[in-house]
Design a protein around this ligand. Structure first.
Ligand code: FAD
Length: 458
């Protein structure tokens, strides 16, 4: 999830620890309070690993089954460039105060780097910076959008963000600066944060999530150290693609491409995108309300493109470069790794519809498109990158999207429905099941602890 820049404009909702009631006990000292009770956890992302480690520490016999040949899921630190670990999935702990990820990072004394949203440069499509007057106009458009959203939230029927803002857009001629600012804000403030298209984001439930207070930090050695920590001491079977879960009787049977597993309890932590795709068959099929939640909640896309240069040609004292593109939503947000990490690396984002377009482009086309944007800001003479790394989360078969969002037609209660256990045998975790902190790494972690608690409470 990207940042919420609006936090500078309004008081943010302060999250609690989601009342999990579960203490996160580490390092693990297995107790023998549940000898012989077997748990299978499907998915070795933060949710699955948190559930597994909690249950193992309570004495359950736990096995984690993971489709990929690595752990971490949507937390994935690339070590391709030996001197610069890069996060291809989650990068930031968003809101460090009371965030359970902070406690884990403290435990291993992980070095963290704070980025600041107000260390930003904002550019027109031709590379000129916004003047003082233009910045005022920009903020005026932002507050007009807030007003529009407030009114839309009072309506009985839910509108998409795009539908709600359309009348405001129509107030201005096609080439007006106001229009470009509005399109930029829709992408930068909402689509980049929630990963869903403005044509699908629900206005009723747009800012229904909660946040932790405090700044946002990156991991100097990559976010991957958190799943590694959680996985410590767990039995994890990699390369096992779950195809079917037979949950009508005890023990529950889980069938992969080449093996069968049985357990008293199964925790399903595969992403919403995978559930939507139906590649994991449930026998019997899931109850209607769960299927409805899977269908109606949205799964969005946020893609990253890292470009490495010999040296920075962009301002060295900013963390964020913002680009008010002619083509709405294209390369609007960039992060510079220079100030925080002294690395001449830029990270460009594409979210929602533009993120999905990126999914199907070749590496060369993605880099060429990114470079075209950078040239329009910094001029034709900037050098070619000496390296790049790109993501295609929408096409990743074990994610099928980046994270979930509240789509028109969905309700926050649907996430609770998704999180409900079935017959005290089948349990659900994953960021999409967390109605307070969906779309985040901490939301995933807390959902795993919540599923563990449900099993502990039986
Ligand atoms: C580009 C991007 C940037 C992000 N940035 C941030 C950020 O800065 N801060 C933040 O807090 N959050 C961020 N997030 C969101 C965060 O990464 C996720 O919310 C979180 O990692 C999800 O964890 P999870 O355990 O729910 O799911 P996952 O990590 O996806 O774990 C699910 C696991 O299930 C496995 N699986 C899938 N299908 C099968 C199958 N059939 N059989 C067996 N296993 C299967 C998957 O391989 C995966 O390992 C970002 C996400 C992306 C994609």
């Amino acid at each position: 999830m990207l940042i919420d820049k609006r936090e500078f404009l309004k008081a943010i909702a302060i999250g609690s620890l989601a009342n999990t009631g579960v203490s996160f006990a580490m390092p693990y000292q297995p107790s023998d309070s549940h000898p012989g009770e077997r748990v299978l956890v499907i998915g070795a992302g933060l949710a699955g690993l948190a559930a597994a480690s909690e249950l193992q520490s309570e004495g359950y016999e736990v096995v984690v089954i993971e489709a990929r040949d690595r752990i971490g899921g949507r937390v994935w630190t690339s070590k391709l460039w030996k001197d610069i670990p890069l996060d291809l999935g989650a990068s930031w702990i968003h809101g460090v105060r009371k965030n359970p990820l902070t406690a884990l990072a403290d435990k291993i004394k992980a070095r963290r780097l704070e980025t600041f949203y107000d260390l930003a440069a904002i550019y027109h499509a031709d590379g000129t910076s916004l003047s003082g007057k233009e910045l005022q106009l920009f903020e005026r458009m932002r507050s007009r959008i807030s007003d529009v959203l407030e009114r839309a939230q009072d309506r009985n029927n839910d509108l998409s963000l795009r539908e709600a803002v359309e009348p405001l857009l129509r107030e201005f001629p096609p080439d007006a600066m106001e229009r470009r600012f509005i399109q930029f804000i829709l992408n930068s403030d909402y689509e980049q944060e929630y990963s869903g298209s403005s044509a699908k984001l629900s206005t009723h439930w747009l800012e229904h999530d909660e946040e932790f207070e405090g700044g946002d930090v990156l991991f100097a050695s990559g976010f991957g150290i958190i799943p590694e920590l959680l996985a410590n001491g767990l039995e994890i079977k990699l390369g096992q693609v779950v195809q079917e879960i037979q949950w009508n009787n005890s023990p529950v049977r889980v069938i992969t491409q080449d093996s069968r597993y049985e357990a008293d309890y199964v925790v399903v932590s595969v992403p919403l995108g995978v559930l939507k795709d139906g590649k994991v068959r449930f026998t019997p099929s899931l109850p209607r309300d769960k299927r409805e939640a899977i269908t109606k909640l949205g799964m969005g896309v946020l893609n990253k493109c890292y470009l490495r240069f010999e040296e920075p040609f962009w301002p060295k004292d900013v963390d964020w470069l913002e680009y008010i593109a002619d083509q709405p939503g294209s390369w609007t947000e960039w992060v510079s790794l220079w100030r925080v990490a002294q690395q001449p690396v830029l990270l460009g984002f594409n979210a929602a519809d533009r993120g999905r377009e990126i999914d199907v482009l070749s590496d060369e086309a993605i880099v060429a498109s990114a470079m075209e944007t950078l040239r329009s800001i910094f001029g034709e003479s900037i050098p070619e990158p000496i390296g790049f790394q790109v993501t295609r989360w929408g096409q990743d078969p074990f994610a099928l999207g980046s994270y979930s969002f509240n789509a028109v037609g969905s309700t926050p209660e649907m996430r609770d429905t998704l999180a409900e256990s079935l017959e005290d045998r089948l349990f659900f975790a994953g960021e999409a099941t967390n109605s307070a902190y969906f779309g985040t790494a901490h939301g995933a972690l807390l959902s795993g602890l919540q599923a563990a608690k449900q099993i502990l409470d039986i």
